[in-house]
Design a protein around this ligand. Structure first.
Ligand SMILES: *Cc1c(COP(=O)(O)O)cnc(C)c1O
Length: 427
């Protein structure tokens, strides 16, 4: 990319990619191969010993994945990234890199339902404890921190409530207490919010959502901000102590400001195995090229739909930070002035039954468990994505019994509103 200081849209199309050196192919090829031939025995040994970077085996790295990694790192302003099989795999490898049995981390209650399950259930078998805090009250994060706390985890824009979080206030606490802030930026995407600019240390994504953007491929990514000192406290031994399997290499010493991404790859991904397929990496890479165009359209359509719903006599309430009178509007203006995202929730008068009737009456909207598709989507979180939570957890996560969640697509806004109108007229 010859441009000096390229802008976001230029990076979305070009970062990490160049014409294929052997064929001239302009689109990034799908390197659909498990393994790569070594030049000679010394080359093989250098790759395995981490003395030289290069492709060995697609579970660890692959050229198609590498372009995806470099592109997302560029869009988020990080030093390096690691692409993996799903958003959940990104979370698992992130915590695997920093947690030892008996350690804990503080997470926002306002999270994607699957993340609440992963942290509260699956992580228990590793003896990684989660402590919950409220994004509306940053102090609640600090009061949970003790000598075994290794990180704070939040979503920049919380799923499903669609609320923006004061990232800088929580980053200040993390920094003062010497622990990294991990931000799930799935719902906002780097087009709207770049958490590293507000003090986050690690950014993760479900690539399955807005970055891929077309509802066709699973993926996840970990972005290393390069900002955290992994050696200072001695609490992150994977990064700060010699690794016996790599001849005593100390990853933070050797790899500096991209050591976290290296550790997640050569200790986490290598041993736990949730690699992304080259085909999915290609699909997501193609999706990212139009991220700025899609994301703006998602935001504009969502604002139009939310404003229309708010005035409808059958609607009890609408929660969308883009609306002028929304309690979250000031935070949205500060963190995400280009728009408030695609996803929002509302309540139909008549509670659960009316909400269910609305979901069933919609025709353009697809009733399914996903967000960030080109298509408009609808779901009732309490009976689906947030079903395994207690009622209190559901309400805290913005997924109470009357809540309907929309993920507004990039269709014509008039058609989206017409579909809502016809479905509401049948209730
Ligand atoms: C979907 C989602 C995840 C999990 O990602 P998968 O790719 O489904 O594993 C994590 N966080 C948020 C905010 C999500 O929307």
């Amino acid at each position: 990319m010859p441009t000096i200081n390229p802008g976001f849209s230029t990076l979305a199309v070009h970062a990490g990619a160049q014409p294929d050196p052997t064929t001239g192919a302009r689109a990034t090829p799908i390197y659909q191969t498990t393994s790569f031939v070594f030049n000679d025995a010394d080359h093989a040994a250098a790759l395995f010993g981490l003395q030289q970077f290069g492709n060995i085996y697609t579970r660890i790295m692959n050229p198609t994945q590498a372009v995806l990694e470099e592109r997302v790192a560029a869009l988020e302003g990080g030093t390096a990234a690691l692409a993996v099989a799903s958003g959940h795999a990104a979370q698992m490898l992130t915590f695997h890199t920093i947690m030892r049995p008996g350690d804990n981390f503080v997470a926002a209650r306002q999270l994607y339902g699957g993340s609440i399950n992963q942290f509260g259930n699956a992580f228990k078998s590793f003896d990684w404890q989660v402590r919950w805090a409220d994004t509306s009250d940053p102090v609640s994060f600090e009061s949970q921190i003790d000598g075994r706390t290794r990180a704070i985890f939040i979503e920049s824009l919380a799923n499903p409530g669609g609320t923006f979080v004061d990232i800088a206030a929580i980053a200040e606490i993390a920094q003062r207490r010497g622990i990294p802030l991990i931000v799930d930026n799935t719902m906002a995407s780097p087009y709207l919010v770049r958490p590293l600019e507000h003090g986050a240390d690690i950014v993760i994504h479900s690539l399955t959502k807005f970055l891929g953007g077309h509802g066709n491929s699973m993926g996840g990514v970990i972005v290393d901000g390069g900002t955290f000192d992994w050696s200072k406290s001695g609490n992150y031994p994977m990064l700060s102590e010699p690794r016996p399997e790599y001849a005593g290499v100390v990853l933070h010493q050797t790899f500096g400001n991209f050591a976290f991404a290296i550790a997640a790859r050569v200790l986490g991904l290598r041993d736990l195995g949730p690699a992304i397929s080259p085909f999915n990496a290609f699909m997501i890479l193609t999706g990212i090229e139009t991220l700025p165009l899609r994301m703006q359209r998602h935001c504009d359509n969502a604002l139009a739909a939310a404003g229309w719903l708010k005035k409808h006599p059958k609607i009890g309430w609408v929660s969308y930070a883009g609306l002028d009178d929304d309690p979250n509007h000031a935070l949205q203006q500060r963190y995400s002035p280009k728009g408030a995202g695609a996803v929002f929730t509302f309540g139909v008068k008549g509670g659960y039954e009316a909400g269910k009737a609305l979901v069933e009456g919609l025709q353009l909207f697809s009733h399914l468990a996903n967000i960030g598709d080109t298509r408009s989507l609808v779901i009732h979180p309490a009976s689906t994505t947030h079903r395994q939570l207690t009622k209190e957890q559901q309400i805290a996560a913005g997924a109470g019994p009357d809540v309907v969640r929309l993920s507004i697509g990039i269709e014509d806004p008039a058609d989206i509103i017409a579909d809502l109108d016809q479905a509401l007229s049948k209730i």
